[in-house]
Every structure is written in structure tokens, then in C-alpha cells.
Design a binder for this molecule. Sequence first.
Ligand SMILES: *[C@@H]1O[C@H](CO)[C@@H](O)[C@H](O)[C@H]1NC(C)=O
Ligand SMILES: *[C@@H]1O[C@H](CO)[C@@H](O)[C@H](O)[C@H]1NC(C)=O
Ligand SMILES: *[C@@H]1O[C@H](CO)[C@@H](O)[C@H](O)[C@H]1NC(C)=O
Length: 352
Amino acid sequence: MLFFVLIALSACSGQPVTSSCPVEMSPTTAVVRFGDPFSANCSSLSNQTEGMGWESTLGGTPLTHGFTFLPLKIDSVTDWTVNAQCFLNTLDENQCFKILPITVYKTPDSVSVHQVDQKGPIVSGQLYYLQCDVENVAPMRHLSVYWYQGNQLVEKHKVGDPDPIPASKSFTQGMRAHSDDNGTKIWCEAQLNFPGVPNAYTVRSEPHELIVLYPPFFMDPANETHEIRADSKTTLNCTATGNPSPSYSWHFPDNTQMNWSQHKHPAFLTPDNDVPGTYKCTASNTQGTTSKYFTVIKAKGNRTTFAALVGGFVSLGALLFVGGLFFMTPEGTFAFNKGSYLKGQPTSSGPV
Ligand SMILES: *[C@@H]1O[C@H](CO)[C@@H](O)[C@H](O)[C@H]1NC(C)=O
Ligand SMILES: *[C@@H]1O[C@H](CO)[C@@H](O)[C@H](O)[C@H]1NC(C)=O
Ligand SMILES: *[C@@H]1O[C@H](CO)[C@@H](O)[C@H](O)[C@H]1NC(C)=O
């Protein structure tokens, strides 16, 4: 408690209290790129003054009288810790001043991403590290580094380092590899943000493309049952996704004779209609192996053919019956009455 009081007292003692100095500066704070020119104005809010002036580590403006505003002009800001203050001499021989805070910045020479401690592709499920190198940037305390993966913000780093001089810094990001990540792009972005400066200064790294190795998996891993019919072909789809691309092998029911030259795509199999049984497909790559079973059964009792036959007989019977109504007279002779014979009229209901 006493400590704070002492600080407060020391801040008030000696020099005049700066906050009460009746000057107005424009701008009130400044952000300048290293090497750029800089200018500011100071004006007095009181007419009881002896004069005003600017002091800065890069030159100033001597005590001047009779100006409504006094300019400070710096041709090139070449000091990372430049400071400037406008001072005012009052008629009673007092002097007060106000500080113009100036932040000098430099955008990074380069921003780049690389994989740490890993040559070659990463494997799904493993933890891997990426490093973002930001070269020669100032000031660190205004630097933020963002990680993006496929346009999604992944992580943000902020630096507390108060050193105003340009420095380089590396940021490491650990991530868990997932099969979905294969082929996605990761990059980092270095941003200098200043309060009140709407357009942040951004430098983005080249994207780093992820290659993730992963074992094959089926989109639909459930085993399948197929009914084979005489009138259509059944295709068993064993397509799996994996990196590297999986290779396939099939295990057929015992009495099957497969002609492999007919199967251009090994992920698809069209079984011989005569051979029901269990077909096993195995997809494998350097990362693993997975299998799926296809049970092929014959359609029961060839019911379709039977139904077609029954339907045919019923139709024929109905046709004969209707034909009889139209063409047979009560006398038992055929009558060719054109008026009652409607061409193309449906004769009966079809198969049941
Ligand atoms: C200083 O004031 C002059 C005159 O009003 C103006 O032209 C100039 O833009 C001002 N400079 C700054 C940095 O405000
Ligand atoms: C993995 O990504 C690489 C690079 O984009 C691409 O060439 C390859 O086809 C991808 N593999 C899979 C299985 O998605
Ligand atoms: C498929 O069938 C095999 C053999 O019966 C079994 O081991 C496996 O768990 C089944 N897979 C699924 C996804 O049901």
C-alpha cells in the first residue's frame, strides 16, 4: 500500500504534472513504419504562454511563440524507441509537456511453415508438430500468429515480449493427424495489430500440404446380403478409402471359378449367378487391412417365373371369356359386328 503511495507521490513530484499541460496534439498516438516520414501538430489551449516546442530523439522544433499550432517533422523514423513530447512554457516561467507515444513497426521479412522432426508423410492418429518461423518483425508485443487449416482458424499465439527491436520468433503447433486431413493445407499468418488501426498488417506463409497415411476403411462397413436372380446381375462393391490406395483380394465360395480378366476394377465383383455363398473382400495397404463379407443367396423358389406363368394363364382365360361375350351370339355362331368391337380396348385385368 505504502509502495503505491510512494509511486504516486514520485510521479507528481519534480516535473509539472503532464496531464494538466494545456496542449493538444494531433495525432495523440502514432504508429509509424520504420524508415517512413512522420509529422504531428501541437497547439496550445491557453494564451498565457511564453512559447511551445517539440523535443524528440530524432530532432525537434525549438521554442516558438505566436503559433496556433506547431508542427513536428521527422523525415525518416530510424529509431525503434523514438519518443516525442510537446512542451509549453508558461508566463510564470514554468514548463510542462505532453508525450506523444509513437510505435515503430516493421512487417516480417518472411513467414514460413515446416514440419518438425519428420521426414515423409505423417500417419493418422499420430501427433505431429508444425513450426511457423516469423523473421525480423517489430514490435513483438503487437504480433499475433494464427494457424489455419483449410480456411479454419486452428490456433492463435500472442507474444508478450516488450522488446521494440526487430526479432525472429518460431511458433510450434502440435496436431493429431486424421485421415480427413490428407490433402488439406495448413498455413500460418503473422499479424501486427495496433489499437485504433483498422487494417492489420498481415503476412501469410505459403500453404503446407498435409499427406496423411491411413489404413483402408469402408464407407459402409456392414456385411451385406445379396439375392441373385436369373434376370439381373449382382455387383458386390468393396470400395475402401485409404492412403496409399488399397489393393483388394477376394476369397470365393469353394466351387467358384472366377475369370479375373473380366474384373477390370478389383473393388467390384460380379459373381457367377450359379454360385451362392460367402464372398470375402480384403482391402489392404501399408497401414493396415480390413475385410468385409458378402453373403450371396439364390432368390427363393424362382417365384418370379411362376408368377409370370400364372399371370399369363389368367390373362389368356379372361381374353377368351371376353372374346366369347363379344363374338359369340346366343345362337352359337360368330358375329362380326363392327359397331360393338372396340379396337385396342383393354380386355381384362392383367396378372394378379
Ligand atoms: C498539422 O496542421 C496543418 C494545418 O492545419 C495540417 O495541414 C496538417 O495536416 C497537420 N498535420 C498533422 C499530422 O496533423
Ligand atoms: C492424399 O493427398 C494427396 C495430396 O493432395 C493426394 O494426391 C492423394 O490422392 C490423397 N489420397 C487420398 C486417399 O485421399
Ligand atoms: C462381418 O462378418 C464377419 C464374419 O462373420 C464378422 O467377423 C464381422 O464382425 C462382421 N462385420 C460386421 C461389420 O458386421
